[in-house]
Design a protein around this ligand. Structure first.
Ligand code: ZN
Length: 71
């Protein structure tokens, strides 16, 4: 389930990819996804992924663009 990031107002999701269903080429088991922009970032552990989830402007190009527009 997605949740709304307080940083950007976009919906972000934590994806468990330990079964390789999301992107079989990526060795990392966890992904953060910005649903609004389709930006994704892979992470080695769930703990890491959860730490990045609330700050999509750090890993989603779409969020970075809208942050620049806002400032
Ligand atoms: Zn985004």
């Amino acid at each position: 389930m997605g949740r709304r990031s307080r940083q950007t107002g976009t919906v972000v999701e934590l994806v468990d990819n330990r079964d390789g269903s999301f992107d079989s080429d990526d060795p990392n088991g966890w992904f953060t996804v910005c649903v609004d922009h389709g930006g994704v970032c892979s992470h080695e552990t769930r703990k890491l992924a959860e730490s990045w989830l609330p700050v999509p402007a750090e890993w989603c190009p779409g969020c970075q663009d809208s942050e620049e527009e806002a400032s």
